[in-house]
Write a protein that binds this ligand. Structure first.
Ligand code: ADP
Ligand code: MG
Length: 233
């Protein structure tokens, strides 16, 4: 068995203190294998985004461990943490987080800029990603002037530009109409199947969840269902 890309053990996270303390994750454990597509589903407030932020190393658990490709992520700090996140992960969020008054291409190459890639190479890889998403003709447009579906494709191009091993998508179709949402889903699953990129999708959309290899259901900060055939050690 190859080392799982993510190994999560008894991860807990609370917000606030004292009387205001809220236990958002009450000890979750699972493995994710490279190349899997996994839906994390549950009602609003169940802890999905909290879990995803921890998996994506955007936040730190109160206790428990998360290993990335076999390495304990607690050891990653500062610039090494930023580099790992930037190189290994792509992010597709419901709220697009694009900079509206700069060009589509500039938005897409941001992760490369952060990684210190030189401008000629940035442009080449940015345009390749935009071409893959059918948006090459929009490269010079201001991001603000795109439709919702186009914006989400720009977000996917940006997620792809660093050739990530894993894409995290939090409600990726939540702000899109059904048709456009289906197109965005198709793109994500194509990346998963044809490029072997591990896909972790947070959603409360059952249709989107049913397209994934596996579903992990969260309720009140705990996993109540996991369709993986393998049991975490
Ligand atoms: P989901 O993504 O499943 O809707 P979240 O992980 O965003 O759920 O939130 C889980 C719970 O934790 C919710 O009750 C939410 O109000 C609470 N929560 C999330 N973030 C914070 C925060 N920064 N401070 C306090 N409470 C939070
Ligand atoms: Mg959420």
């Amino acid at each position: 068995m190859p080392t799982p890309i993510l190994q999560v053990r008894d991860v807990r996270k609370s917000y606030g203190r004292g009387q205001n303390r809220f236990d958002a994750l009450k000890g979750v454990s699972f493995d994710i294998r490279e190349g899997e597509s996994v839906a994390i589903i549950g009602k609003s407030g169940s802890g999905k985004s909290t879990l995803m932020h921890l998996l994506a190393l955007l936040d730190v658990a109160d206790s428990g461990t998360i290993a990335l490709a076999g390495a304990d992520t607690a050891r990653l700090r500062g610039s090494r943490l930023n580099k790992t996140r930037n190189k290994t992960f792509g992010f597709v969020f419901q709220q697009f987080f694009l900079t509206g008054n700069t060009s589509v291409l500039d938005n897409v190459v941001l992760p490369l800029k952060i990684a210190g890639v030189r401008s000629g190479e940035r442009r080449r890889r940015g345009m390749a990603a935009l071409e893959q998403l059918g948006l090459a003709d929009k490269a010079k447009n201001k991001a603000a002037n795109l439709s919702g579906g186009q914006k989400q494709r720009v977000v996917i191009a940006r997620a792809l530009v660093n050739d990530p091993r894993l894409i995290f998508a939090d409600e990726p179709t939540g702000n899109l109409d059904t048709q456009t949402g289906a197109t965005v889903e198709d793109i994500l699953f194509t990346l998963n199947r044809e490029h072997g990129i591990t896909l972790i999708v947070v959603t409360h959309d059952e249709d989107l969840a049913s397209r994934c290899d596996r579903r992990i259901v969260i309720r009140d900060g705990q996993i109540i269902e996991d369709t993986s055939t393998e049991v975490a050690a």
